[in-house]
Write a protein that binds this ligand. Sequence first.
Ligand SMILES: [Fe+2]
Ligand SMILES: [Fe+2]
Length: 188
Amino acid sequence: MVQTFVQSTDDVVKFLKDQHNLIKDMFEEVFSASSDDARRKAFTELRQLLAVHETAEEMVVHPRVRNEVEGGDIIVDARLIEEHDAKEQLSALEAMDISSKEFLDELTLFRGAVIDHAEREEVEEFSKLQRELDADDLGRMAKAVMAAEAIAPTRPHAGVESAKLNFAVGPFASMLDRARDAIKSAIA
Ligand SMILES: [Fe+2]
Ligand SMILES: [Fe+2]
């Protein structure tokens, strides 16, 4: 399980905003790392946090915005494109030489995109969910986000941005596969 470093809370918006701030701090750690090893470690942690954070948003937050917020489909479709692009950028970064200038240049662009994406979520999704949903509902969402993050893949999977596809090929599918395998071997 990835350590998501943010204190659990029963407010989904606070949880995700805290994670956005943590993601910004982790970018700084990658940039300011004093050795290649330290940079690689910081980048791996950033990549893992981004992967589980975005999966949880795709499973829990965006579907709710589609249902509750006026114009939700347009808002969410734009976020999913950004998340798809981010996963591709992340995979590209992973393949680069971490000590190269190319890596740092690409990371600078990527950080800008991630921060813009997070700000749009906070303004266009989180604040509207806060307005539309009561505390119980936001609490249930917080639990669902934390549960999704606990089992989400720690590598980015571009192309599975919808809840349905995450269920089909994401962590939930592999858990189902494992359960099926365990049952098969138990009754063989
Ligand atoms: Fe996101
Ligand atoms: Fe986010």
